[in-house]
Design a protein around this ligand. Structure first.
Ligand code: NAD
Length: 482
C-alpha cells in the first residue's frame, strides 16, 4: 500500500497525462481532515481536448473485433489486481468507508470488467425475411459513439467500472469525470488504464460540476451515462444539447416492508446491513421500513440492538469496522436535520441519534433508528444518504404497499415474508426497478439494474448495461437469390 497518502491527480487523454488550466481541488480525508488528494479543476478547453481524443480513437475502436475488446478488459482487470490495496486505501481516505469494504468494492469492479469482457462477445444482430423475394433485411448493432461517464463518490470505482466496461465492450470510447470528492482512487485506476487500452479509448477529466456540465453539453458526445443525485440528473436532462443519448441512475427513497409472516430475525439482519453499510450512503440504502403490527415491537427492538452493536471507526485505523465516516459535510448535516425533524414530529430515537463525539472533527454519526416515524417525517420520503432509518407500523398490506410507493423515486424496494401470496403481491405491486424479497442485495452484475420515475431511466449491469451503448442499423439487401 502506498506510504504517501496525498495523491496528485492529472487528466488522462490521448494516451498521455495533462495538467488542467485551473485548480487544484483539495480533497481532505473526512475522517481526519488530512489532505488526501489534489485534482485539476478542468475547464471547457480541457474537456474539449479529452473529447477530441475520444472522437479520434472512436474511428478505430468501433471497428475492433469483440475478442480484442474482451482482451483489453481482461487485461485491465489483471492490471488492477496488484493495485487493489492502493485503490481501496484511496477510497477510504477520500470517501470514508472502512478499508475492508473498500477492498470489496474494488474486487467487485474487477469482476465487472471480466463480466463485460465476456458480454462483448455476445452482441448479435438478426436477419428478417422480407415479403418480397430476393431481399433480406439485416439488423446490426453498432456502438453509439464517444460517451461521457459522470459518476458520484459513494462507490467511486465500481460506478466508473460499469460505464467504462459497458461502453468499451460495445465499441464506444469514453471520457470519465470522477467525483471531485474521490479523485485520487480514480487517478490510481487511470494509471492501470494507461497501461492497457489504446490511446483515447478511455479518458479521464477531473473537476467539479462545471467540468461535468461542459462534458455533457459537448456536441461531440453521443451519449451521457450519469449516476448521481436527482437534482443534478434533472439539470442534465434539461441541459443536454442536441440529440444525445442519455441514461440517468439517480437517487430515491427506498422502502422495506416486513409482514407478519416473515422471519423477523432475518429481516432485522437485512435491515441493519442495507440501512447502515457505507454509512447509509447507498442509492439503494433502506431509508424507511413498514412493519406489520404483529411483529412491530420485536422488529424495532432487534433493529435498535443491531444498530447499537455496529462498530463505528476510522476505516484506515480499523479496516474491519462496520461503519466509517460520512463523506460530505452536507450529508452529515442533512442526517442530523432528518433526525431532529423526526423527533419534532413525534418519532422516538431508539438507537444512535447523533455524532460520535470522540471521533470529532471526523464526520462520524451513530447508526440511528427512529421508531413510530410519521409519513410526513423527512426520513420517510426524502433520501437522507446517511446512517438513519425510519420505522413505522402498518396493519393492512395494501396500505403498506401504497405508502411504500408514495415517495419520489423508484430505484429499489425490499420485502420480508415467508408467505407465497404476499411474496407475489409485493413483487408485483412495489413500483421500483429492483425488488429484493428475503434478501437485501438488489443489484447483481448479471441482471439489469435501473430506476423508475424520478430515479431515472436506462439500465446498468447485465447484458442491458452494454446494449445501452449500442444503436441499431437496418441494412436492406437486394441480392436476387430465391
Ligand atoms: P451529484 O449529483 O452531486 O454529483 C454526481 C456527479 O455529477 C459528480 O461527478 C459531479 O461533479 C457531477 N455534476 C454536478 N453537477 C453537474 C452538472 N450540472 N452537469 C454534469 N455533471 C455534474 O451526486 P453525489 O452527491 O456525488 O452522489 C450522491 C447521489 O448519487 C445520491 O443521490 C445517490 O442516490 C446517487 N446515486 C445513484 C446511484 C444509482 O445507481 N441510481 C448510484 C450511486 C449514487
Amino acid at each position: 500500500m502506498s506510504q504517501n497518502p496525498v495523491i496528485t491527480c492529472r487528466n488522462f487523454h490521448s494516451g498521455t497525462w495533462h495538467d488542467a488550466s485551473d485548480g487544484p481541488i483539495e480533497r481532505h480525508n473526512p475522517a481526519t481532515t488530512e489532505l488526501a488528494a489534489l485534482a485539476p479543476r478542468s475547464t471547457a478547453a480541457d474537456v474539449d481536448a479529452a473529447v477530441a481524443s475520444a472522437v479520434e480513437a472512436f474511428r478505430t475502436w468501433r471497428r475492433t473485433l469483440p475478442a480484442e475488446r474482451a482482451r483489453c478488459l481482461h487485461d485491465l482487470a489483471a492490471a488492477c489486481t496488484p493495485r487493489i490495496d492502493d485503490m481501496a486505501a484511496a477510497i477510504t481516505r477520500e470517501q470514508g468507508k472502512p478499508l475492508d469494504e473498500a477492498r470489496g468494492e474494488v474486487r467487485k469492479f474487477i469482476t465487472a470488467l471480466h463480466y463485460y469482457a465476456e458480454e462483448a462477445q455476445r452482441v448479435f444482430g438478426q436477419t428478417i425475411p422480407n415479403d418480397v423475394a430476393g431481399f433480406t433485411s439485416i439488423v446490426e448493432k453498432e456502438p453509439v459513439g464517444p460517451v461521457a461517464g459522470i459518476v458520484p463518490w459513494n462507490y467511486p470505482i465500481e460506478l466508473i467500472g460499469w460505464k467504462l466496461a459497458g461502453a468499451t465492450a460495445a465499441g464506444c470510447t469514453i471520457v470519465i469525470k470522477p467525483s471531485e470528492y474521490t479523485p485520487g482512487c480514480a487517478q490510481v485506476l487511470s494509471e492501470c488504464v494507461a497501461d492497457v487500452f489504446p490511446p483515447g479509448v478511455v479518458n479521464f477529466v477531473h473537476g467539479d460540476g462545471s467540468t461535468g456540465k461542459a462534458l455533457v453539453e459537448h456536441p461531440a458526445i453521443a451519449k451521457v451515462a450519469f449516476t448521481g443525485s436527482m437534482r443534478t440528473g434533472q439539470e442534465i436532462f434539461r441541459s443536454v444539447t442536441g440529440i444525445t443519448g442519455l441514461s440517468l441512475e439517480l437517487g430515491g427513497s427506498c422502502p422495506m416492508v416486513v409482514t407478519g409472516r416473515s422471519d423477523v430475525a432475518a429481516a432485522v439482519k437485512g435491515a441493519a446491513r442495507r440501512s447502515f453499510r457505507n454509512a447509509g450512503q447507498i442509492c439503494i440504502a433502506i431509508n424507511r421500513i413498514y412493519v406489520h403490527d404483529s411483529v412491530y415491537d420485536e422488529f424495532v427492538t432487534g433493529l435498535a440492538d443491531a444498530a447499537d452493536a455496529l462498530k463505528v471507526a476510522d476505516g484506515i485505523a480499523v479496516p474491519s469496522a462496520d461503519v466509517g465516516s460520512l463523506t460530505m459535510d452536507e450529508t452529515y448535516r442533512r442526517t442530523l436535520d432528518h433526525i431532529a425533524d423526526a423527533r419534532e414530529r413525534g418519532a422516538s430515537v431508539v438507537a444512535g441519534g447523533g455524532p460520535v463525539e470522540e471521533l470529532a472533527p471526523g464526520l462520524f454519526l451513530r447508526p440511528t433508528v427512529v421508531a413510530d416515524a410519521p409519513d410526513e417525517a423527512l426520513v420517510m420520503h426524502e433520501e437522507t444518504f446517511g446512517p438513519l432509518v425510519g420505522v413505522a407500523r402498518y396493519s393492512d398490506l395494501d396500505e403498506a404497499i401504497a405508502r411504500a410507493n408514495a415517495a419520489p423515486g423508484g430505484l429499489a424496494a425490499y420485502a420480508y415474508t415467508d408467505d407465497t401470496r404476499e411474496t407475489f403481491t409485493l413483487a408485483r405491486e412495489l413500483d421500483f426497478g429492483n425488488v429484493a424479497v428475503n434478501n437485501v442485495d438488489a443489484g447483481i452484475i448479471n441482471a439489469p439494474y435501473g430506476g423508475r420515475r424520478e430515479s431515472g431511466f436506462g439500465s446498468e449491469h447485465g447484458h442491458e448495461g452494454l446494449e445501452n451503448y449500442l444503436q441499431l442499423k437496418h441494412i436492406r439487401l437486394r441480392h436476387g437469390a430465391r
